[in-house]
Design a protein around this ligand. Structure first.
Ligand SMILES: Nc1nc2c(ncn2[C@@H]2O[C@H](COP(=O)(O)OP(=O)(O)OP(=O)(O)O)[C@@H](O)[C@H]2O)c(=O)[nH]1
Ligand SMILES: [Mg+2]
Length: 453
């Protein structure tokens, strides 16, 4: 089937110095030549050169442009590509695009340029996903991680692991097919060692993935504590807003308030909750129930105490709710005289002394959060790659298949059973760079792109 030639405006909508119309496909150059008037035809221009000229439709000059010609396969999509830079402003860009469409191109769908790049082998699927992440990245660290993924830092190690499993599976197949032959035997002990190594490697990648998620999507941080300790003040102080209502009255916050804030290199998705106390009114009870639900899904809990009050049984009760989480004890109201003494489990938790009201000590909090998630390491590591939910699922699928294989081996079961597990792992890892991924998933991924990319 002959691929169509596609075109779209590649630059952001709105006013701008220039706008770029990108055209890709076997007919890209001839389609553009039908409306381009320059010293010579684009068909006669060498690859990777710019030609000056005009876009003309029905004898009317639409705009003065520069057209860049990139011949296959040395282009973004791997096909012939023409990029026409015209004057900015959506009216001009749209009329140039419309001229190109009427001379034979069709409008590109979302992500179609990048999808073609993938289908033509210019990048693998995880690299294509990195393009989306890069467009949507919000922090420097997230940009670095996406660029790494774009360079193939994720697919290369995954592919290496996949190859090792393939090798292992092939060895087992040989043994199954020629049980009596004196072929080089993969011994059970060797297989076991290899499996264990592979499992460790995948677990490592999972850990890295988790950190990648925290950097890109932010750390889900729930602020809990007794009423009136300054939870809402902390949210306001960290976000530099008056988003949450602060009063001297205990029980001010009734519903969960959410605000995303930057803390140095990190992004925290903060959730301010209702103060937790034993003798709460019915309406407060609902808020408290919600607070507990949020704690369950939290990556981090900021347990706020009033440093000028004593640590009591109610605080102990809250600690009981959050104890399985990453908890930082925030001793707030450091401007007042300190009477709070932490005892027992609480004394062993990481703690920070600060004043939410006067925004003092916030950088100490940043330091502790960074240390707790060892994110300092990952933001500085230039070779780390971000892993999205799809990659994560593929890795866990492969991981549990390998663990099954190990168990099968341990139970002394026949090796062909092992092969089944290995195939599952190979299949799962192959979906990461798109070797074994279904068309549906490919379409879903590219539909997340913006037009013209
Ligand atoms: N002195 C001092 N007062 C503070 C500080 N932080 C908060 N406060 C005061 O403590 C009171 C309660 O603050 P909030 O932020 O509303 O406390 P909360 O924990 O959200 O309270 P609830 O929503 O009722 O659970 C207010 O009067 C704040 O001004 C601080 O660092 N120092
Ligand atoms: Mg509050």
């Amino acid at each position: 089937m002959k691929e169509t030639t596609i075109a779209a405006i590649a630059t952001a909508p709105g006013e701008g110095g220039i706008a770029v119309i990108r055209v890709s496909g076997t007919e890209a150059i001839s389609v553009c030549d039908r409306v381009f008037r320059g010293k010579k035809a684009l068909a006669d221009c060498p690859s990777h050169t710019l030609a000056y000229g005009h876009i003309v439709q029905n004898d009317t000059i639409l705009d003065e442009v520069l057209a860049g010609v990139m011949r296959a396969p040395r282009s973004y999509t791997g096909e012939d590509v023409v990029e026409i830079s015209c004057h900015g402003g959506s009216y001009i860009a749209r009329s140039v695009l419309s001229a190109i469409l009427s001379s034979g191109a069709v409008l590109a769908t979302r992500g179609e340029f990048t999808k073609r790049a993938f289908l033509n082998g210019k990048m693998d699927l995880s690299q294509a996903e990195a393009v989306i992440d890069l467009i949507q990245a919000e922090s420097d660290a997230a940009v670095t991680l996406s660029v790494n993924q774009l360079k193939g830092r994720l697919s290369a190690p995954i592919e290496a692991i996949r190859q090792e499993i393939l090798h292992l599976a092939a060895g087992l197949d040989v043994m199954a097919d020629y049980p009596d032959e004196d072929v080089e035997e993969t011994t059970t002990a060797e297989t076991e060692t290899t499996l264990k190594e592979l499992i460790l490697k995948l677990k490592d990648m999972q850990g890295e993935a988790e950190q990648g998620r925290l950097i890109r999507e932010g750390i889900n941080t729930v602020i809990v504590g007794k009423p009136n300790v300054g939870k809402s003040s902390l949210l306001n102080s960290l976000s530099g807003t008056d988003r949450a209502l602060v009063t001297q009255q205990a029980g001010t916050t009734r519903d969960v308030i959410e605000e995303s804030v930057r803390l140095g290199e990190l992004r925290l998705n903060l959730f301010d909750t209702a103060g937790i106390r034993n003798e709460a009114e019915a309406i407060e009870e609902m808020g408290i129930k919600k607070a507990k639900e949020y704690v369950e899904r939290a990556d981090l809990v900021l347990f706020v105490l009033d440093a000028s009050k004593t640590f009591d049984a109610e605080d102990e009760a809250i600690l009981e709710i959050v104890k399985n989480k990453n908890v930082i004890v925030v001793l707030n109201k450091s401007d007042l005289e300190r009477t709070c003494r932490l005892t027992g489990v609480a004394a062993k938790l990481p703690q920070v002394v600060l004043s939410a009201k006067y925004s003092e000590g916030l950088s100490d909090l940043e330091e502790i959060v960074t240390a707790l998630f060892s994110l300092g390491k990952i933001t500085q590591r230039q070779d780390a790659a971000v892993i999205n939910l799809r990659h994560k699922q593929a890795i866990s699928e492969a991981l549990s298949a390998l663990q099954n294989a190990l168990a099968t081996l341990g139970a002394g079961m026949p090796t062909d059973l092992l092969s089944v597990d290995l195939r599952i792992a190979i299949e799962a890892l192959g979906t990461i760079d798109g070797q074994t991924v279904s068309e549906e998933i490919v379409d879903e991924i590219f539909s997340r792109f913006c037009l013209g990319k």
